[in-house]
Design a protein around this ligand. Sequence first.
Ligand SMILES: [Zn+2]
Length: 108
Amino acid sequence: MNCPYCRTENAPGATRCAACTSWMVAPHPIAEWTRARSDRMIAGVARGLANRFGLPIAAVRVAFLLSVLLGGWGILAYLALWIAMPLEPPPAGAAPPAAAEPQPRGVA
Ligand SMILES: [Zn+2]
């Protein structure tokens, strides 16, 4: 197959160009860890982990609770995940917050 960047002919099935080392296949989508916007108790970390791994939300919350009771490292883990995990994107079709509420104009 031909490299889309430098047009060098590469071996069939090659994923990376031998000449310019560009990736010739789309990178695999990275499963993002995202914090949930809805149905969350603190920052959505537990809900996000439950969504990511297909776990029951109660199991994740119990695990966090137990970890807090048994040494407290769960608090650190939760805070670290809170910082590291991006908030999930808003649902498609949702109105942007700015447009949801019309701003009063010229009212004194
Ligand atoms: Zn190339």
